[in-house]
Design a protein around this ligand. Structure first.
Ligand code: GLV
Ligand code: MN
Ligand code: MN
Ligand code: MN
Length: 428
């Protein structure tokens, strides 16, 4: 990829970061929790309003907007060789409970701004450019992460599982989707699948969600790989009973089984001996949740990840062994041990990496190659397209909490690198 492929004006890429910030702030008001936190759950009223906001911005940028059956949103700028696979970029705008306003959003609104930047510079795409807003990167509502991109990448397994998927209010996936104006017919889900080769590249801009770039004073992270995520749902069931009257030897406390499994998860993760292995029990619900009632049911959700898939799989196997052993020892029933997803890692494509590196150097920005420990829609886009990711620093590495913050300058740098990378790959 030659520098000479680009119009000279690209070195003068000007990002309207004030407007971008204003849009990020506006989008953050579509939230079910008070500012500064953001909570935006798939197919909720707030999600529908936020989607409308994004579609409007895509329209204002001159993109032609299409939505698929689950609400992945595509904004296309037709190139002068539209039959070649488009170069796509995008991220998500759903937000986990009490999180911040930058996760995902920078990669959607920043992508639309990258298109605006290219338009202002006079750029004409050869391959079409496309901005994608993915449905439900976060697993909050239906327990499945990267729902939209997983389906785009052709996951038959997910399409099948969604037929029996309900949220914690017992609302089915398809009822929720049709509430938001999307598909209610489960037979139509395969229409979401995209063919391999439909995109010649996919690039996602995202805040780092970790502290490295800020700490090292580096402007841009060029992501070379995304760690392998997995999640597990576990249910224990005991007899419950009166907290005073049932004596300790006569109990089979589902809550204590859950507590013991939680500590076992930590132990197995630490046993891997690598700092790259992580495990989290972010959900632990007890039933009937009364101080004077022995928990008769406990529900845990476990997230475990590693940059090495086999090491992560060993942890999953050990967690399963522990769950069975704890169930036996405590006389509680292990009524569910469901591995919801056990995804392999993804590698960025070398030509996309090169384009991102060249873009950063031409813009005189410091960059470093790094791994993404968080997962992203890019993990799944990599299955159907050459993939790359651009990270920007965020305050103290904070993410998934209200204190999440990225500066105007860092966002502007990210948008510039994205715009330049899109341009290079479009002309390539
Ligand atoms: C994405 O939100 C993740 O949990 O990595
Ligand atoms: Mn997130
Ligand atoms: Mn994200
Ligand atoms: Mn369950």
């Amino acid at each position: 990829i030659q520098e000479t492929h680009l119009p000279n004006s690209l070195s003068l890429l000007s990002v309207d970061s004030q407007t971008l910030q204003k849009q990020i702030d506006e989008l953050s008001t579509f939230s079910d929790s008070p500012a500064p936190s953001v909570t935006r759950i798939l197919y909720s009223d707030m999600d529908v309003l936020a989607r409308r906001y994004v579609k409007n911005l895509m329209g204002l940028a001159g993109l032609s907007v299409r939505e698929d059956a689950v609400g992945n949103i595509f904004g296309r700028w037709e190139g002068y060789e539209p039959e070649i696979g488009a170069v796509a970029t995008g991220s998500h705008i759903d937000a986990i409970p009490y999180s911040g306003k930058y996760d995902g959003v920078v990669g959607v609104l920043g992508a639309i701004e990258a298109i605006n930047v290219l338009k202002r510079s006079g750029f004409k795409p050869k391959k079409s450019l496309e901005v994608i807003m993915f449905t439900s990167e976060e697993p909050t509502r239906f327990g499945i992460s990267c729902l939209g991109s997983r389906l785009l990448a052709g996951s038959e397994e997910l399409a099948k599982a969604l037929r029996n998927t309900v949220d914690n209010q017992n609302t089915s996936f398809f009822d929720a989707a049709s509430f938001a104006g999307y598909e209610k017919d489960e037979e139509k889900l395969s229409s979401v699948f995209l063919d391999k080769g439909i995109y010649s590249a996919f690039i996602e801009l995202h805040i780092e969600q970790g502290p490295i770039l800020e700490k090292e004073g580096i402007s841009i992270g060029v992501v070379t790989a995304i760690a392998a995520p997995a999640s597990i749902k576990v249910d224990f069931e005991g007899n419950g009973g009166h907290a005073g009257a049932v004596l300790m030897p006569d109990r089979n406390d589902a809550g204590l089984a859950a507590a013991e499994l939680a500590l076992a998860v930590e132990k197995h993760v630490l046993e891997s001996g690598s700092v790259d292995t992580v495990g989290t029990i972010g959900i632990m619900d007890l039933h009937p949740r009364a101080i004077n009632s022995i928990p008769s049911k406990a529900h845990l959700e476990i997230d475990t990840r590693d940059i090495e898939e086999s090491r992560r799989n060993i942890v999953i196997e050990k967690i399963h062994q522990s769950a069975m052993a704890i169930s036996k020892k405590r006389g509680v029933k292990l009524s569910e041990f469901q591995i919801v997803n056990q995804d392999p890692p993804a590698l960025s494509d070398s030509s996309v990496i090169k384009a991102m590196e060249l873009a950063a150097s031409e813009l005189n920005l410091t960059y470093k190659k790094m791994i993404s420990r968080a997962y992203h829609d890019s993990l799944f886009m990599a299955r159907i397209s050459p993939m790359g990711m651009i990270f920007i620093p965020c305050y103290k590495g904070y993410s998934h909490k209200p204190e999440e913050f990225a500066s105007l300058d860092d966002m502007a740098n990210g948008v510039k690198v994205l715009a330049s990378t899109l341009a290079k790959l479009s002309l390539h």
